[in-house]
Design a protein around this ligand. Structure first.
Ligand SMILES: [Zn+2]
Ligand SMILES: [Zn+2]
Length: 321
C-alpha cells in the first residue's frame, strides 16, 4: 500500500507544484484502497490505466467451529480471502483449512438479527403446531443463504434434502458458484450481521465468521493462523466430537471408547491413523494447508475424478453397468 502523500495521477496538475498534499485531502480508490487521488478528475483520468492493476483487497476472516461447544482446544482458522472469489471456492478453502472430507452439503447464511430461536421444548412444539405447514409466516432465521449450486456434488452422495427448515420464502438465495465474497461482504445491509458457514446439515457444523480486516490482494486463499486438530467428519456433531476426545483422554478406555478410537483412526472419511492422544488434539499442519490452498482447484479436480472412478467401480460391483 502506498504511503505517498502525493496524488497517484502521474499527470496531476498539483504534481507540478511538487508540494505534498495532506493525506486527509486524498481520496482512496474504493476498490483497491491502495491508490490515492487529489480529486475525482484525477481518479477519472487515471482509471483507464489503473483498472488493469486495481484489485479489491482480500478479507481477513476468522472462522470458529461451534465456539460455544468446542473448547480444549477451540478449532479455528483465519484465512486471507480473495474478494472476487466465488463462495464455492471459499467452501473448498474451508474444507481444506479445517480438514473436512467434502462429503456433505453446505451453505453460507446471514442470520436475521430479529430471529429468536425456540427457548425450550414447549416453545419448539408450539412453533411446530403454529407453523406446521412450513408457511411463509413462520419466523425467518436467515436473511440470505449462499447455497451449494448443485443438488449433489461430484464428491458426495449426500444431497441437499437435509437443508429442511433453512429454506424460507423470505430468505434470499444465491448460488455459491455465482456469488462473490465482495458482493456480500461489501453490501451494507449485511455488514455487522452474523455470517455462518454450515457444513453437513446432519451434524450441523457451524463455523462462525468474523471479518478482522483487509490485506493485499492474492490469487489464492492463504491460511494465516489457527488452533485445533481437524474435527472427525460424521462424529455425530459436537457431542460426538467431545466423546471422541474423551475416549483418548482416559487411561482405561471402555470397549465402546476403543471402538470409537478405531473408527477415527481407520474408517472416518477424514481418518487420522495417529489418533488424538496427548498433544495430537492440537495437531494441524498450516504449511500443508497452504500448499493445498495454492493448488485448490487442481486438488479438488483430482478428488472428483477419484470419486467418479470409485462410483463407476461401485456400480460395476453391484452389477449396474
Ligand atoms: Zn491529482
Ligand atoms: Zn484501485
Amino acid at each position: 500500500m502506498t504511503t505517498s502523500q502525493k496524488c497517484d495521477n502521474p499527470s496531476c496538475p498539483q504534481a507540478a507544484a511538487d508540494s505534498p498534499i495532506s493525506s486527509n485531502n486524498l481520496r482512496l480508490c474504493s476498490r483497491c484502497r491502495a491508490t490515492r487521488y487529489c480529486s475525482q478528475e484525477c481518479q477519472r483520468a487515471c482509471w483507464p490505466s489503473h483498472k488493469r492493476r486495481c484489485r479489491r483487497q482480500n478479507y481477513i476472516i476468522k472462522f470458529q467451529l461451534c465456539p460455544e461447544d468446542i473448547a480444549d482446544p477451540p478449532v479455528e482458522r483465519t484465512l486471507s480471502c480473495p474478494a472476487d472469489a466465488p463462495f464455492y471456492l471459499l467452501h473448498l478453502a474451508l474444507q481444506t483449512a479445517f480438514g473436512w472430507a467434502t462429503t456433505h452439503s453446505f451453505d453460507f447464511a446471514v442470520r436475521d438479527p430479529d430471529y429468536r430461536p425456540p427457548t425450550d421444548i414447549a416453545d419448539f412444539l408450539r412453533n411446530r403446531l403454529v407453523y406446521r405447514d412450513g408457511g411463509a409466516d413462520r419466523p425467518r432465521e436467515y436473511l440470505l443463504r449462499v447455497v451449494d449450486p448443485v443438488p449433489r456434488s461430484p464428491f458426495s452422495g449426500i444431497d441437499r434434502m437435509h437443508e429442511g427448515s433453512r429454506q424460507h420464502p423470505g430468505t434470499v438465495e444465491k448460488k455459491s458458484n455465482e456469488w462473490c465474497l465482495w458482493q456480500l461482504l461489501d453490501d451494507r445491509q449485511y455488514q455487522g450481521k452474523q455470517l455462518l458457514y454450515t457444513y453437513d446439515f446432519g451434524d450441523n457444523w457451524e463455523h462462525v465468521s468474523t471479518v478482522e480486516g483487509r490485506a493485499e490482494a492474492t490469487d489464492h486463499f492463504v491460511c494465516l493462523s489457527g488452533t485445533g486438530h481437524p474435527v472427525a467428519e460424521d462424529a455425530g456433531g459436537v457431542a460426538g466430537w467431545n466423546d471422541l476426545k474423551a475416549a483418548y483422554r482416559t487411561e482405561r478406555p471402555t470397549a465402546e471408547q476403543r471402538e470409537r478410537r478405531a473408527w477415527f483412526e481407520t474408517r472416518a472419511s477424514n481418518a487420522d491413523p495417529a489418533g488424538l492422544a496427548g498433544d495430537r488434539v492440537h495437531a494441524w499442519d498450516k504449511a500443508q494447508v497452504n500448499r493445498n490452498l495454492e493448488n485448490l482447484l487442481e486438488r479438488f479436480e483430482q478428488i472428483a475424478e477419484q470419486a467418479a472412478s470409485q462410483k463407476a467401480m461401485f456400480e460395476q460391483i453391484i452389477g449396474r453397468s
